[in-house]
Write a protein that binds this ligand. Structure first.
Ligand code: NAD
Length: 371
């Protein structure tokens, strides 16, 4: 049988990006040998690396590679070297935001999982997270207060005034709500929608629209929380959440809170998805939740798990290779359960081993199987 071929744009970026991306590509090579799947990787510069090489954070050649691919596997961008450039020319703002905009990546899905053997890494009381903190944050990514106009700082008679505008069209709320309900259907069938309907008009429309969409998903149990209460409840009863749906600003903040509850940034993957292509698959960009970690770049000690788990999300949401995605998820979990640790998640405990980035990659590869 001919192997399926999937085109993937690979953008390693800066700092630890290239180090962890190398391990993710090893894992995808193994996927290729275990399953009937072939990849064509088109590796291109992005962020600071692209500024150095081609003078701009998102060169034409990189954008073209993404356009010609089924998905983007992204490392991370940024670092002190490029911090003093004008804001729009900086790696994050000049590459990430235009990529999201160009491909209409309106849905950010960030799973936060506290692995049972990493409970100690969570700053939240052990008894609150033990036995399964596993939440998927679905954040609206292209609307709300980050993009509404006017957006400016202007001089007025009494001094400067800053204005940001929060705008949501009902259609934007509907499409992100469908993503969240669909995700809930594949998980614990529980959805918590976040708003600030007691103060913001946006919140009233958000709640009303989510209720309307809910009618299509009678099996999903829906509840609503104001964002301030949600921030508290996530700490108070973290295990009771399954899927959390939030507008852009609130999702930005709450997803970091969830990452912190899970304990270790180096373990958390993230995906940004565009429109459903009609076959249950999305064009998407997949990346670790953390940044380029300049403090440890080049030392060979970065945790590659988030990048590897991002590759698994890509297999699941953009390429429809669920068995291969399971194989990666299970291998990462098994490596952690067997005591394999990079320094960010290492504590002196019996039967734990402190590994380098590539040793961690090895330990995951060894545990991947086709069943
Ligand atoms: P960061 O996430 O890079 O680092 C925060 C801390 O977490 C650091 O101590 C770092 O060593 C650690 N860490 C992160 N990922 C790790 C991993 N895989 N393994 C081990 N440790 C890990 O955040 P920061 O320090 O605020 O930002 C550094 C740079 O990254 C900045 O230039 C920032 O703009 C950029 N950034 C990029 C993205 C992105 O590309 N999507 C996201 C966030 C930050």
């Amino acid at each position: 049988m001919e192997k399926q071929v999937h085109r993937v744009a690979v953008l390693p970026g800066d700092g630890i990006g290239p180090e962890v991306m190398f391990q993710a590509l090893r894992v995808l090579d193994k996927v290729s040998s275990l399953f009937e799947i072939n990849f064509e990787f088109d590796q291109q510069p992005v962020g600071g690396a692209a500024i150095d090489e081609l003078g701009t954070p998102l060169p034409e050649v990189t954008l073209k590679a993404c356009e010609q691919s089924d998905a983007i596997l992204f490392g991370s961008v940024g670092g002190p070297k490029w911090e003093n450039l004008p804001p729009d020319e900086q790696p994050e703002r000049g590459a990430l935001l235009p990529l999201r905009k160009h491909f209409g990546l309106f849905a950010n899905l960030r799973p936060s999982v506290c692995f049972p053997s990493l409970v100690h890494a969570s700053p939240v009381r052990r008894d609150l997270v033990e036995g399964g903190f596993d939440v998927l944050c679905v954040r609206e990514l292209t609307g709300g207060i980050y993009f509404g106009a006017p957006k400016e700082i202007r001089e007025e008679e009494n001094g400067k005034v800053a204005i940001d505008t929060m705008v949501y069209h009902q259609s934007e709320i509907e499409r992100i709500a469908h993503v969240a309900f669909n995700a809930a259907m594949t998980r614990g069938k529980k959805l918590t929608s976040i708003d600030k309907a007691n103060v913001l008009r946006n919140g009233i429309l958000w709640r009303e629209t989510v209720e309307l969409v809910a009618a299509d998903y009678p099996d999903v149990q829906l509840d609503h929380l104001y964002v301030d209460n949600a921030a508290m409840q996530l700490i108070r009863r973290p295990r009771e959440f399954d899927v959390v749906l939030a507008p852009n600003l609130f999702g930005d903040i709450l997803s970091d809170e969830m990452a912190m509850i899970a304990g270790s940034l180096g373990m958390l993957a993230s995906s940004s998805l565009g429109e459903n292509k009609g076959n249950g698959l999305y064009y998407g960009m997949y990346e670790p939740s953390g940044g380029s970690a300049p403090d440890i770049a080049g030392e060979g000690i970065a945790n590659p798990c988030a990048q590897i788990l991002s590759a698994a999300l890509m297999l699941r949401y953009s390429l429809g290779c669920h068995q291969a995605a399971d194989s990666i998820d299970n291998a990462v979990r098994a490596a952690i359960d067997d005591g394999m640790r990079t320094s960010d998640i290492f504590t002196e405990e019996p039967n734990t081993h402190k590994l380098t980035t590539s040793q961690m990659g090895d330990s995951i590869l060894e545990r991947m199987t086709s069943s």
